[in-house]
Design a protein around this ligand. Structure first.
Ligand code: UDP
Ligand code: MG
Length: 332
């Protein structure tokens, strides 16, 4: 196993922020303290930094980030031109961070994830892991609704053959090598939690209790969450389309049986008794067809966005305090 002893890695903590003005001061001080602490323990290079990505906030978030970045070398900031969504904002941060840092840790601005395990993540990194997942040991702080829908969703993903890490969101360490590999995936419908396990590499998990959001409200309304959930399925599995086909065959078989029944009834002479079955099958088949078109439509819609290949984000401003490093593949 390749270990990484004898070198101090430059760490970038990547934090997507959307309307996080209430959370930013705490996030900043907590994460900068983590950098300072780890640098003091000689676990990371002293020029490690926290990279805040402003995802088109409409409040004072960018003002706070840029002010901090002007005054503190360990705070870097990127501002996107518009609200591109959590996954794209995170990707933007990772893509920029890899140019300067040896290793990245992504974490949400609300600090629901335990920053104390970042040290453990770094230990795994030095042991040779390229990806370290932060995994929640429980979901006590989630509402009953969120917990049960999440669990159902993970089960569904598993059934559909989508590889994902149970109870892991987007709190993870990735080496520059892994992020460089991620950069080669050009998909528009981003579901990083599904994509990253596909990269391979040596991985590990660290466990923590997830806390409540410290300030502000959730920036994930139901519609955004649903879209992410559907992306998780459609980006990795064709099974729903196959299920539609299998269901079609099944319905055909049922129709065949119904035809036999209809013929028998016809020859027995009691034909006018068919109203119930006719009306039921019209509605039932109508429903089945609409659902099927809907599923196929979801895929077609996503193919449409993939084909256009539009950039996922555009950067308006980037406040950094370091030199870009060369290609990591040569360095390692
Ligand atoms: N976020 C973002 N863009 C968005 C929505 C959310 O960058 O369009 C960020 C948000 O600022 C936070 C992270 O994504 O840092 C996770 O959001 P949140 O904590 O609101 O989600 P929840 O924990 O409620 O699922
Ligand atoms: Mg949160």
């Amino acid at each position: 196993m390749s270990t990484r002893t004898g070198m101090k890695a430059k760490l970038a903590i990547v934090v997507p922020c959307y309307n996080e003005e209430e959370m930013f001061p705490t996030s900043r001080s907590t994460l900068c303290a983590v950098i300072k602490d780890l640098a003091g323990k000689e676990k990371i290079a002293s020029d490690s930094f926290v990279l805040f990505v402003n995802d088109g906030s409409t409040d004072k978030t960018w003002g706070l980030i840029s002010e901090a970045a002007e005054n503190d070398a360990s705070v870097w900031g990127i501002s996107l031109t518009r609200n591109c969504g959590h996954q794209s904002a995170l990707l933007a941060g990772l893509m920029e961070a890899r140019k300067y840092a040896d290793v990245t840790v992504s974490i949400d601005a609300d600090l629901q994830d335990d920053v104390n395990v970042i040290e453990e993540m770094m230990d795994r990194y030095y042991e040779g892991c390229d990806i370290v997942y932060g995994v929640r040991s429980g979901r006590k702080t989630d509402s009953f609704m969120k917990r049960s829908t999440a669990q159902l969703y993970y089960k569904l993903l598993e059934k559909l053959g989508v590889k994902s890490v149970y109870n892991h969101a987007d709190f993870r360490l990735m080496s520059k090598k892994a992020v460089d590999e991620l950069a080669r995936y050009k998909e528009s419908n981003l579901y990083l939690r599904g994509l990253i396990p596909q990269l391979g590499f040596k991985t590990a998990s660290v466990y923590y209790e997830r806390k409540e959001r410290m300030a502000g409200e959730s920036k994930y309304p139901f519609s955004k969450m649903l879209n992410l959930a559907i992306n998780g399925i459609t980006s990795f599995s064709n099974k729903p389309i196959k299920m539609v086909m299998h269901f079609g065959f099944f319905v055909m078989l049922v129709c065949l049986a119904a035809a036999v029944y209809a013929f028998v009834s016809y020859f027995n002479g009691d034909v006018e008794r068919g109203w119930t079955s006719v009306i039921l099958s019209i509605w039932f088949l109508g429903g089945v067809q609409l659902i099927s078109f809907g599923i196929i439509g979801e895929y077609i819609g996503r193919i449409y966005t993939e084909v256009k290949g539009r950039p996922l984000y555009s950067i308006e401003e980037f406040i950094s305090h370091g030199e870009e490093n060369g290609d990591v593949r040569e360095k390692e």
